[in-house]
Design a protein around this ligand. Structure first.
Ligand SMILES: Nc1ncnc2c1ncn2[C@@H]1O[C@H](COP(=O)(O)OP(=O)(O)OP(=O)(O)O)[C@@H](O)[C@H]1O
Ligand SMILES: [Mg+2]
Length: 251
């Protein structure tokens, strides 16, 4: 079954065409690595899928929800459509984005209790389970500022999972971390992938992409120039552009 289908997405900022007809499909359980040099449009694509940025044109389909954007008549999404989509799609950013004035536990239960109106006690129990899962069982009363970058990012992942998303988007989740903390975050992501979470991961961690992503996409100047099975793409790159990228990353 298709979880996520992106068709011919366009996005410009002023006159600058950042996404120029991007199409791909992710099936349930796929882990898709999104690669490309700086400015190629990775973050913009992820933000479009989460509607943090509204595409100019194209179609986004998640499960049965279809959103059509049309360049000739500006698309205005209803709040209901946005809420429905965001329930299904979680996003983790490079800069953790935890609420600084709340403890880790409060960060996790805030949206479920206040937005989804879940029962507080059950939600706390759920939060504790997720914190144990990401290795933070003993940190629930800490404030984000009292945690390492790797711990903050794991807390941010747990917070996102509290909403029970069907798809997780990761925007370079390890690139703001000290090297020794990268592994602990990648391990949590690997575990999520093993459990069958559908994931789209913008990353410069090619080792992780090769190990965990079954599908890969290479973006260049807002266009997909190569996509397919990760194994095949890495062992036998089809385009000179992607081959050059791989070579440059290995040095
Ligand atoms: N809100 C915005 N307003 C104007 N230009 C933008 C905006 N967001 C992104 N851009 C431009 O779009 C292009 C693609 O940016 P994007 O952040 O998607 O790239 P990226 O592939 O994520 O790069 P990086 O690897 O550096 O994170 C860049 O040239 C950027 O300056
Ligand atoms: Mg980016």
């Amino acid at each position: 079954m298709n979880k996520l289908q992106i068709q011919d997405i366009y996005k410009s900022f002023h006159e600058h065409a950042v996404l120029q007809g991007v199409s791909f499909t992710a099936n349930k359980g796929d882990v898709v690595a999104l690669m490309g040099s700086s400015g190629s449009g990775k973050s913009t694509l992820l933000r479009c899928i989460n509607l943090l940025t509204v595409p100019d044109d194209g179609i986004i389909q998640i499960d049965n929800q279809v959103l059509r954007f049309n360049a000739s008549e500006k698309t205005v999404l209803s709040n209901k459509e946005i809420v429905e989509l965001r329930k299904k799609v979680g996003m983790v950013f490079q800069q953790f984005n935890l609420w600084a004035h709340m403890t880790v536990l409060e960060n996790l239960i805030e949206a479920p209790v206040h937005v989804l109106k879940q029962n507080r006690r059950d939600t706390i129990a759920e939060a504790k389970k997720l914190l144990a899962k990401v290795g933070l069982a003993d940190k629930l009363d800490r404030y984000p500022g009292q945690l390492s970058g790797g711990q903050q990012q794991r807390a941010a992942i747990a917070r996102s999972l509290m909403m029970k998303p069907e798809i997780m988007l990761f925007d370079e989740p390890t690139s703001a971390l000290d090297p020794e903390m990268v592994g602990e975050v990648l391990n949590v992501m690997q575990q999520l992938a093993n459990e069958g979470m559908t994931m789209l991961v913008a990353t410069h961690e090619l080792g992780f992409a090769r190990r965990v992503a079954n599908q890969s996409i290479f973006l260049d100047a807002g266009r997909i120039v190569e996509q397919g099975e990760t194994k095949t793409m890495f062992s036998n790159p089809q385009t000179p552009r992607f081959r050059r990228f791989l070579e440059a990353m290995q040095h």
